[in-house]
Design a protein around this ligand. Structure first.
Ligand code: TXA
Ligand code: MG
Length: 332
């Protein structure tokens, strides 16, 4: 069997851990999740402990199919069914009124619940074998980029999670799009793997929250710094990385550069990563690249902006958050 595909016995064992109230990290098509029984408040509480996540930042509930939506949501509007039909299984998370059986700890005390059906065979097999919806945030520790491989999960959570299901690298590499359907028009709370344009083609107008304050009010996760490398990240315009990097190199700093072009600079203190032109390929390696640059001991990462069309919106959101100077602790 493919080494990147866990044996059926491993899934059975993982499901037992979930049913007993334990934590299992598992692959999804976006990033690895840190999973627990979404209906068991003690189990979900362990997720918050393991991550060091503030209690008011709710987690996404993963179900095996749209037919389970009414088990976790009190009301399912017509738009939700249409989106589910078009994008599930897949990287779209819908915020809906919470069903009472979903404990408050899962929803961070909110009256809404965030739900998605992951498009990864291991994630789906785990949900089905566990027989319950699985609450799972990204399986990273505070202050780290979301994990896109089992090795990343181990770097962050070894000793804090009972089992890691290794499904190889996550195909997409950035998190799901989070859409609040309790408002009219719906609100994009987090740009992600499903582009806003694709959602609008299905349900019409979607509102985006421009002001950070608005975003923080509606989406608790937006209050905290996410996706943060240890190095300071400077976001510059296309073509601007080279001159800034050469100046910083002259100051003696170790510099990482993330740009979609080759640099003519060379230095033992330079870690340059030429990112793919295709945004899907770019997103696939973004978080691993940030982790590599941290591991290489970069003091500063200089990243060039990409156009905010399609997946570019999610990529720029992650780069902006990683560069945000106003950040407190990351707890996503
Ligand atoms: O791709 C993904 O979404 C991954 C995989 C594992 O599914 N999960 C993930 O979870 O990125 P997390 O917890 O790292 O990010 C979830 C985001 C947070 O910003 C959280 O605040 C927001 O979704 N969220 C969760 N429930 C919410 C709710 N009821 N209302 C508003 N925002 C919510
Ligand atoms: Mg996260």
């Amino acid at each position: 069997m493919d080494p990147a595909c866990p044996e059926p016995e491993a899934i059975g064992q993982a499901a037992q851990i979930i049913r007993r109230g334990g934590l299992v990290a598992f692959p999804t098509e976006t990033v690895y999740g840190l999973g627990a029984d979404a209906l068991n408040p003690l189990a979900v509480g362990r997720i918050f402990q393991a991550k060091g996540r503030p209690a008011d930042n709710p987690v996404i509930v993963h179900i095996a199919g749209a037919e389970d939506l009414e088990a976790v949501a009190a009301r399912v509007p017509e738009q939700a069914w249409r989106l589910a039909y078009s994008f599930w299984p897949g990287p779209l998370t819908l915020v809906l009124p919470r069903a009472r059986r979903v404990p408050e700890v899962t929803t961070g005390g909110l009256k809404t619940v965030a739900v998605r059906v992951p498009a990864h065979p291991v994630a789906l097999a785990l949900i089905l074998a566990s027989g319950c919806p699985i609450a799972a945030p990204s399986a990273n520790r505070s202050g780290r980029a979301s994990p896109t491989s089992a090795a990343h999960v181990m770097e962050d959570l070894a000793g804090r999670v009972e089992m890691v299901l290794d499904g190889g690298p996550c195909p997409v590499g950035v998190e799901s799009t989070v859409l609040d359907l309790t408002e009219d028009p719906p609100i994009l709370l987090r740009p992600g793997a499903v582009p806003q344009e694709a959602l609008e083609a299905t349900i019409g107008e979607i509102r985006t929250l421009q002001r950070h304050q608005d975003a923080a009010k509606r989406s608790p996760g937006a209050r905290y710094r996410h996706y943060a490398p240890r190095a300071r990240l400077l976001l510059v315009g296309p073509g601007e990385a080279e001159s800034l990097a050469s100046r910083l190199l002259r100051e003696g700093q170790k510099i990482g550069v993330i740009a979609q072009r080759h640099l003519s600079l060379e230095s033992p203190k330079l870690v340059a990563r030429v990112m793919p032109q295709g945004l899907a390929e770019y997103a696939h390696i973004l978080f691993a690249t940030l982790r590599d640059m941290d591991a290489a001991g970069c003091d500063v990462i200089v990243a060039e902006a990409v156009a905010t069309k399609g997946l570019g919106q999610a990529i720029m959101d992650r780069l902006r958050r990683a560069s945000s100077p106003s950040a407190g602790a990351d707890n996503s």
